[in-house]
Design a protein around this ligand. Structure first.
Ligand code: M6P
Ligand code: ZN
Length: 191
């Protein structure tokens, strides 16, 4: 049986005391998330930057337990598109996830299986509720790190295939020094 416990998060770095980093995603690993393939190649010729990293505090994979995670998305663009997470549905589709902004600013974009799309601004103190059956991705539209904390059912699981294959309906791009959402020309086209 799990016993009550507490954790210490550094809101400035996203680090969780005594928990190692569990994820580090470099551009080369998530290159297909970005629309502009030539821009990806241009960046990769010089370096392979870390786009985001995460510290996950995982409970056993059991119904009734929650897991949580801090994710740090580094600032920057590839072509006109801002840095982002891969994005996923949950394997257990009835799972909800909450996101709390800790530092920086960005967007949580979400897309339902039925083809609805929405975007919500996230910044320190903003809590976003992602209900069941919505794929979600976090995008850093600011000039500093975007740090968010996510909390989800331990048995939710990540289901990446559909987003990897079809993408999100909209891209988050830099336009006149601010963000804009534009139609994704590759949406629904096999990659
Ligand atoms: C959040 C949570 C994690 C997820 C991470 C990165 O912190 O949803 O479960 O792993 O973001 O998102 P992704 O796995 O889609 O790249
Ligand atoms: Zn999730």
């Amino acid at each position: 049986m799990k016993i009550p416990c507490s954790y210490q998060i550094d809101f400035n770095t996203g680090m969780v005391t005594r928990y190692p980093k569990t994820t580090e995603r470099k551009l080369s690993e998530i290159r297909n998330c970005f629309y502009d393939g030539q821009a990806v190649e241009r960046v990769l010729k010089k370096a392979d930057p870390i786009i985001y990293e995460a510290y996950e505090v995982k409970s056993p994979n059991e119904e009734g337990l929650l897991s949580w995670c801090t994710t740090i998305i580094h600032p920057g663009c590839v072509g006109r598109e801002y840095h982002m997470t891969k994005g996923h549905f949950h394997k257990k589709d009835i799972s909800t996830e909450f996101y709390l902004g800790l530092k920086g600013k960005g967007l949580l974009i979400a897309q339902s299986r039925a083809g609805q799309f929405t975007s919500l601004e996230i910044r320190p103190g903003v809590m976003v509720d992602v209900p069941p059956s919505w794929a979600h991705r976090v995008v850093n539209t600011g000039i500093e790190e975007l740090i968010v904390m996510a909390m989800f059912s331990s048995d939710a699981g990540h289901y990446y295939c559909q987003i990897e294959e079809k993408g999100f309906m909209k891209l988050v791009v830099k336009q006149d020094e601010r963000y804009a959402l534009i139609k994704n020309p590759r949406y629904g086209v096999d990659r």
